[in-house]
Design a protein around this ligand. Structure first.
Ligand SMILES: [Fe+2]
Ligand SMILES: [Fe+2]
Length: 147
């Protein structure tokens, strides 16, 4: 979804919510696999979760940086600081996902991955709230809640 559709708070927020609900489910599933010592399955869930972050949230972030963010700052230069902050959130999520991929090469699925998955969710929730309230305006207050 690009330009005009991302400007609509409801539509944009639905994209956030759908992706977040799915990654939260994958996180729960991963934890269950760890608890049951199903290492092979845990690895598969982790791979799916990483791919999900890459193809959904990080792709969404890329589209925002290339379209929405540029358009919004061109129209209103006061939003530059907000866009820098939001882009930093994207960068943090990119780095955590990259970190998880590297870690998978040398470590078996473990508890540390739960911490990283939780970090991603928390950053994304705060990020989404700021995107709705600070970037897209507060004329209709966003009701997204933190964990
Ligand atoms: Fe974003
Ligand atoms: Fe977004």
């Amino acid at each position: 979804m690009s330009g005009p559709s991302l400007r609509k708070k409801d539509a944009h927020s639905s994209i956030h919510e759908a992706a977040l609900n799915e990654v939260k489910e994958l996180r729960e599933l991963y934890q269950k696999c760890l608890e049951n010592r199903e290492i092979e399955k845990a690895l598969q869930v982790l791979e799916v979760a990483i791919e999900h972050w890459e193809t959904r949230t990080l792709k969404h972030a890329e589209a925002e940086e290339e379209g929405l963010y540029k358009e919004m700052t061109m129209e209103n230069p006061d939003l530059v600081t907000t866009v820098i902050q939001l882009t930093r959130d994207h960068d943090l999520m990119r780095r955590i996902v990259e970190n998880m991929k590297l870690r998978l090469q040398t470590h078996e699925p473990d508890q540390k991955m739960i911490t990283l998955l939780d970090c991603l969710v928390i950053i994304d929730e705060i990020h989404n709230e700021d995107e709705m309230n600070k970037l897209l305006g507060d004329n209709e207050k966003y009701t997204g809640k933190l964990v």
